[in-house]
Design a protein around this ligand. Structure first.
Ligand code: LHQ
Length: 265
């Protein structure tokens, strides 16, 4: 895949692709270029069979500070802008691509994750945080509603009442507190953040990737379906998983009392 982006750093370590948002002078705020590039990189990663796990993170001292408010103000003052919902569609494309990515996507968050950057992290499959992380649903601070899927993911992760509190008060949530309330999967000391992220991602990258895609489909759909529909889908997906090489390998490894060597197929 292309690696010469203006505002993204791309690196691949075995099957783990790391995409680093790289506008550290503004805490990785999203301008149109970075948003377009992230869409392109995520969509390319979905097609690339050498990639079996994706990590999204930020350069410098934070994960991201949301929409670039200076760029937004500049556009507003000089041109006749359309509705903001039209602009949001570019973020919606990104969130959809992450949710339908047939392999795990991890957000690795250190420092600030505010506004739509916070909600980008929530749209990922799992989140690892450093203990210096600061999650801020900053929208209400500037009179906006949570966008970028926040209204969907936040109550599902932390529960309805806590979601309303975070969205209305827009207070910072630290890394340890984020772990306590289920906003992130785990929080580690900043000194261990890089190695813990690597270990986590490599473990996922060595899993049964095809089946992971099916697991995502099952969980995604369960959020909107009833028990009977979920049980029906479970059967359909298990029929597919049952035919994978990784299923055969997993059973063989168990019978031979050895670790499984999954190939992702
Ligand atoms: C920034 C930003 C930033 C530009 C820090 N933009 N420069 C809305 C509308 C349309 C469509 C899409 O979605 C949205 C939703 C959104 O995401 S709205 C934006 C939500 N984000 C915010 O409201 C966060 C604004 N930033 C802050 O409150 C603080 O900067 C935080 C709490 C993120 C970090 O505080 P500090 O650690 O004290 O850093 P800082 O404030 O000194 O920021 C460092 C630099 O980054 C600074 O630049 P400067 O030239 O003054 O050193 C900031 O201006 C710049 N920066 N966020 N969103």
């Amino acid at each position: 895949m292309r690696t010469d982006f203006q505002h993204l750093l791309i690196s691949q370590d075995n099957s783990v692709l790391t995409i680093t948002m790289n506008r550290p002078e503004v805490l990785n705020a999203f301008n149109d270029t970075m948003l377009g590039e992230l869409n392109e990189a995520i969509e390319a990663a979905a097609q690339d069979d050498t990639v079996r796990c994706i990590v999204i993170t930020g350069a410098g001292r934070g994960f991201g500070s949301g929409q670039d408010l200076k760029a937004l103000a500049a556009v507003r003052s000089t041109t006749e802008t359309g509705k903001v919902s039209e602009h949001l569609q570019k973020y919606h494309r990104l969130i959809n691509a992450i949710r339908h990515m047939p392999k795990p996507v991890i957000a690795a968050v250190h420092g600030v994750a505010a506004g739509i950057s916070c909600n980008l992290a929530l749209a990922c499959d799992m989140r690892i945080a450093a203990d210096d992380a600061r999650f801020i649903e900053a929208f209400a601070r500037i009179g906006l509603v949570p966008d970028g899927g926040g209204g969907y993911f936040l109550p599902r992760l932390v529960g309805f009442g806590k979601a309303l509190e975070l969205a209305m008060l827009a207070d910072e949530v630290s890394g340890p507190e984020a772990e306590r309330i289920g906003l992130v999967n785990k929080c580690v000391p900043l000194t261990e953040f890089e190695s813990a992220t690597k270990t986590f991602a490599q473990r996922l990258a060595h899993g049964p990737t095809h089946t992971y895609g099916l697991i995502k489909e099952l969980m995604n759909k369960s959020l909107e379906s009833d028990l009977l529909s979920s049980l029906r889908l479970e059967g359909e997906l298990q029929d597919i998983a049952f035919e994978t090489a990784d299923h055969r390998e997993g059973v063989a490894a168990f019978l031979q009392k050895r670790p499984a060597r999954f190939t992702g197929r």
